[in-house]
Design a protein around this ligand. Structure first.
Ligand SMILES: NC(=O)c1ccc[n+]([C@@H]2O[C@H](COP(=O)([O-])OP(=O)(O)OC[C@H]3O[C@@H](n4cnc5c(N)ncnc54)[C@H](OP(=O)(O)O)[C@@H]3O)[C@@H](O)[C@H]2O)c1
Length: 289
């Protein structure tokens, strides 16, 4: 079965190409396809006629999206629409990647994980543009899986962000006497290898709809950093700070933990605790044995 994947230079795209080894993969980097351009999407997809399309391509620089609002909506909303229209024309299934940042905008602070049946209220342009993309996918492609995940880390590193949080923290821990890390943004860090494996399972089903797919458990960026340094054997002190003490352009949710509720209802939620995945990641990157 032919599976087309966009964003294959990215951290999730790279792991999807590995996880889909039983399929006939058609990989598209940004050089091969421009999702903002309907003609480019149509030409690329019609040439191969995939049965399944997985769209990981996105403008993922959360803070830059605030300054480049048009680019954010063009890529994350209209780009998603273009892929959905072509997937529908081909009668293909579409997996579209989205984010926990579609949540977090309620007045009452949230303390319980979000299920797929909660109403998204995004805080940032990135979150709004990704939510717009979800809605367009739902509208234009009947057989869709919208997969929301969170805090991705992968061996390839995010091509859009130029690396990932873990590698940045390991480097800074070696360079500095002390690290200060935000402790009031709680989420579920997710290893792209685990996410890619689950997507490879999901696409063989007809369980269309929205899916939250994250690692088990949750932590703040501070807790994520302390666990990373502990596993890597680094003793640099880490000081917890608040988001107010680390101003960023985009507002981020204080709590955006996703509940893999849909997977659980189907008996398919065997995602691992994030600590276990983090250890595997550090081994895969050669930081520990
Ligand atoms: N990173 C996270 O923490 C996170 C969390 C939740 C959800 N997600 C979602 O998961 C998906 C994958 O994220 P990721 O971390 O793997 O991102 P990534 O490493 O930045 O990969 C995204 C890929 O999309 C390509 N791309 C960007 N704009 C494009 C366009 N207009 N047309 C075609 N290709 C384009 C990029 O190519 P170039 O770099 O060459 O432009 C890159 O290869 C995204 O949809 C993202 O919104 C990410």
């Amino acid at each position: 079965m032919k599976v087309a994947v966009t964003g294959t230079n990215g951290q999730l795209g790279t792991d999807l190409c590995r996880a889909l080894h039983n399929f006939d993969i058609i990989p598209f980097t940004h050089a091969d396809i421009e999702i903002v351009d309907m003609a480019s999407v149509r030409e690329a997809m019609l040439k191969h006629k995939p049965a399944i399309i997985i769209n990981t391509a996105a403008y993922v620089r959360v803070d830059d999206c605030e300054d480049e609002k048009e680019k954010a909506f063009r890529v994350n909303a209209l780009g998603a629409r273009n892929v959905a229209v072509v997937a529908q024309e081909l009668g293909a299934r579409l997996v579209h990647l989205s984010t926990d940042y579609v949540f977090g905008g309620e007045v009452e602070p949230r303390t319980a994980p979000y299920t797929e049946f909660d109403t998204p209220i995004p805080l940032s342009i990135y979150g709004k543009s990704k939510l717009a993309g979800e809605n367009l996918v739902r509208h234009f492609c009947l057989r869709h899986f919208i997969v929301r995940s969170s805090g991705l880390f992968g061996v390839a590193g995010s091509s859009g962000k130029g690396g990932n949080f873990i590698e940045t923290m390991l480097r800074l821990a070696r360079e500095r006497d002390e690290l200060k890390v935000v402790n009031d943004q709680v989420f579920s860090p997710t290893y792209t290898r685990d996410l890619a494996r689950k997507i490879a399972q999901l696409i063989t089903t007809e369980y269309y709809g929205i899916f939250h797919i994250t690692s088990k458990g949750a932590c703040s960026w501070y807790e994520f950093t302390t666990e990373t340094l502990k596993l890597a054997g680094l003793k640099t002190p880490v000081v917890p700070i608040t988001s107010d003490q680390y101003p960023q352009k985009a507002r981020r949710p204080h709590y955006s933990v996703l509940d893999n509720y849909h997977l659980r209802l189907l008996g398919m939620d065997d995602m691992r605790p994030w600590q276990e995945s983090l250890r595997d990641y550090l081994v895969a990157r050669g930081h520990i044995t």
